[in-house]
Design a protein around this ligand. Structure first.
Ligand SMILES: [Zn+2]
Length: 308
């Protein structure tokens, strides 16, 4: 119905992006709140439930009919049971978040993984909307990815599909947060690029975007560091392309803000490595940091279509 809306929350380590979204994907109202992760997982859960209930009330006050709720969280998510299994930055340990939200709101609810639902939103509403096979890669502190086919993100048997950031591209290379060495994330994430430059230059506090700017200005060391990262990224992407044969690769996260400074050399580097595979289009994400919230809304809308 035209006055229906879903409640959508994208819960991050520091903030929550929240919205009331209509069935056609348009945002009726958006708001942001602190996650309050420092107060512990129980406080975060209570906060999520309060914000969701507030949004449902806001919908009714605006003459809308809240019909479902969708919540996206980081970490390990069991989408089938609606459980936030584990999260390092929010502290979740087996929280049955979907049922808690459904009980509090008296509405059907869905729980999803932040990057997977963000990829879903980019695939259906954003940069990948004219393609069936989309690989979404978020490059920030880490590198996370989602493989989306026909608008559906694949979670894998254990909720860990599409972890392109942990493809090993430099065996024996820098240690990764996952415990391995030389993962793509350990050499080509925004933090890895900043760290590498600091290591080689001896300068403190240089970020990946500083490195990109210095490289563009012609600084030799910055160009070397940036090229190393692009080459590693192309190696990881070649493996991803061998596995997924994506029609389009959508790059999001902080490092994608670099735009063509990232995209152009990456296209060239991947093209140089491609043998029998087909070259995907490589583009920047279109939805920015609202992708996760829109994806949570899509998840909520999907629950209404699925037979119960
Ligand atoms: Zn790793």
């Amino acid at each position: 119905m035209s006055d229906d809306a879903v409640v959508a929350l994208d819960v991050g380590g520091t903030g929550m992006k929240c919205a009331l979204v209509r069935p056609d994907g348009t945002v009726h109202h958006a708001e942001r709140h602190p996650t309050l992760a420092a107060r512990g997982p129980e406080a975060v859960t209570a906060n999520i439930l309060d914000v969701a209930a507030g949004l449902a009330a806001r919908a009714r006050a605006d003459g809308l009919n809240p019909v479902a709720a969708g919540v996206a969280v980081p970490g390990v998510v069991d989408e089938a049971t609606g459980t936030a299994v584990w999260s390092s930055n929010v502290g979740f340990r087996d929280v049955p978040l979907r049922d808690l939200v459904a009980d509090r709101l008296g509405l059907p609810a869905a729980l999803g993984h932040d990057v997977r639902v963000g990829g879903m939103a980019e695939a259906r509403l954003g940069a990948g909307r004219d393609q069936r096979h989309v690989l979404f890669i978020a490059i920030g502190t880490g590198i996370a990815a989602a493989h989306v086919v026909d608008g559906k993100a694949f979670a894998g048997a254990h909720g860990a599909a599409g972890e392109v950031g942990h493809v090993i591209v430099r065996p024996g290379g820098p240690p990764c947060g996952c415990g391995a060495r030389g993962c793509l994330e350990s050499v080509a994430s925004a933090s890895a690029v900043g760290r590498r430059y600091v290591e080689l230059s001896g300068l403190a506090g240089v970020t990946a975007s500083d490195v990109v700017a210095r490289a563009a200005a012609g600084e030799e060391l910055a160009r070397t560091v940036w090229t190393e990262a692009i080459e590693a990224f192309a190696d990881g992407l070649l493996t991803a392309q061998a596995l997924y044969d994506a029609g389009i690769v959508v790059l999001g996260g902080g490092l994608a803000e670099s735009g063509e400074a990232l995209l152009a050399p990456l296209r060239t580097a991947l093209d140089a490595r491609i043998t029998f595979h087909r070259m995907p289009r490589i583009v920047r994400a279109a939805l920015g940091d609202t992708a996760g919230c829109l994806g949570a809304a899509l998840l909520a809308l999907d629950t209404l279509e699925a037979p119960s």
